[in-house]
Write a protein that binds this ligand. Structure first.
Ligand SMILES: [Zn+2]
Length: 144
């Protein structure tokens, strides 16, 4: 069930003072953005997860048995592996945020900061549709 404002459906701009809709944003548009993003991340995770187990051992094994000077290759394999793990972790986190944002869309609280309740802002949501904090609270959260 999604909460939708009949007045601003399809509208692309915020309407200050219109309290009947959630931050005056087009929830349908953000929902499809989030769903597309969710699919993309899920694909990336599936790819990383399926490609990871045993891969490094196999590759290092080849290098070790391949004789000659393959030390450089081995270093690059390690670097790739670290990059993959970093991506996976970041992707999982983003996926959780996307899910949360989708839940907020359904609850009708999308676009408002989870901490202070203020509007996150249309511009920020377009850059990061899964944002659940306003820019100020996000900075505080990033700082720990
Ligand atoms: Zn806030």
């Amino acid at each position: 069930m999604s909460v939708r404002c009949r007045d601003c459906r399809g509208a692309r701009r915020r309407r200050p003072g219109n309290l009947s809709c959630v931050s005056g944003i087009d929830t349908d548009e953000f929902k499809s953005m989030l769903q597309a993003e969710r699919e993309r991340i899920a694909d990336a995770i599936a790819y990383l997860v399926s490609g990871s187990p045993g891969t490094m051992q196999d590759e290092v094994g080849d290098v070790a048995w391949g004789a000659d000077n393959h030390v450089g290759d081995m270093a690059s394999v390690t670097a790739e592996r670290e990059l993959d793990e970093g991506l996976e972790e970041g992707a999982q986190q983003t996926l959780e945020q996307v899910d949360r944002a989708l839940a907020k869309l359904d609850a009708g609280t999308y676009g408002t900061c989870e901490r202070c309740g203020k509007s996150i802002g249309d511009e920020r949501l377009r850059a990061r549709p899964w944002a659940t904090l306003c820019i100020d609270d996000q900075r505080l959260a990033d700082r720990g």
